[in-house]
Design a binder for this molecule. Structure first.
Ligand code: 0O2
Length: 266
């Protein structure tokens, strides 16, 4: 197939990947803005390389005409989570969405592959709008923890190096490492509440400081410089105490001051 034809074929898949990444990243942002813990830590997307598509077509005896129907991971999204429990939350979120239809699920988290690979896979159908009109395409979403992702990335590069014939002694070490990942994920889950609590507090603090700094910046437009510098110095003092209560009190006072100046400037 000519390169231009490949480009035309893959273009809607690139659009789908771009859109899906934006949508999942927005979920992280929504959680952050509300000072909530996000079950999604990281999102990446890729369109399968032509080389890799040709390889899969050859391995699975897929003709060009069957390509879009039988290769379901041309568009691929990988969602990384901090904890195993987050995977279920992400799966539920995807199932509830009106813009994605789940066609197939593979739970390699509960049912580890013989290689030691663990991840939750979903095949979705997703509609993109192209110049020719709407086009329904399939995309694969892989959901896994940071630890599972670490393992899969290392193992994938070894598969590449050994062309899918990883020597037995290395395979054995990979399976041992995979067992260790299960233990690690379990240990992290045991302190999940503690970690989430710390992260939530950090997010609330970050948002509060962002609001205060925005307010101070806006004050420069309506108040005199000396007054704003004084407020800024006061903020630094409160900031250095690392006392959340004092920061919240300062923020409330600043809101009142800002409203006063706004009213004067009208
Ligand atoms: P790439 O380079 O990631 O795109 P298969 O027949 O195994 O090729 P199948 O049955 O269509 O694929 O689906 P499956 O088993 O759900 O696997 C699809 C994808 O999951 C793979 O894509 C990998 O990304 C990942 N995966 C599955 N098994 C393993 C594994 O043992 N190790 C690692 N590191 N990843 C795995 P591709 O097309 O193989 O490659």
């Amino acid at each position: 197939m000519e390169i231009q034809i490949w480009r035309e074929l893959l273009d809607p898949y690139q659009l789908a990947v771009d859109e899906l990444v934006v949508k999942f990243e927005h979920i992280i942002e929504e959680h952050n803005n509300k000072g909530l813990y996000s079950p999604i830590e990281l999102v990446i997307g890729r369109v399968k390389s032509i080389d890799s598509i040709l390889d899969k077509m050859y391995r699975k005896d897929i003709s060009l005409g069957e390509l879009e129907e039988r290769i379901e991971d041309i568009a691929g999204i990988r969602i990384t989570c901090q904890f195993v429990e987050d995977i279920d939350r992400v799966v539920e979120m995807i199932k509830k969405r009106s813009d994605m239809d789940v066609l197939q699920e593979k739970d390699y988290v509960s049912h580890m592959k013989s290689s030691g690979y663990r991840s939750y896979h979903m095949i979705i159908s997703y509609v993109v709008n192209t110049m020719e009109g709407p086009k329904e395409i399939h995309a694969e979403i892989q959901i896994r923890t940071l630890a599972m992702d670490f393992w899969a990335t290392i193992e994938h590069s070894l598969q590449y190096k050994y062309k899918d014939n990883i020597p037995d002694h290395i395979q054995k070490k990979l399976i041992d490492a995979s067992e260790a990942i299960i233990v690690l994920d379990r240990a992290m889950s045991d302190v999940r509440d503690e970690i989430m609590d710390a992260q939530n507090t950090n997010k609330i603090r970050e948002n509060l400081i962002k609001d205060i700094l925005n307010n101070i910046q806006n004050l420069y437009k309506v108040a005199n410089k000396g007054e704003v510098s004084r407020i800024q110095e006061e903020f630094y003092k409160v900031y250095l105490t690392e006392d959340m209560g004092k920061l919240q009190h300062f923020s409330r006072q600043l809101d009142v001051i800002a409203e006063g100046f706004q009213a004067q400037s009208l």
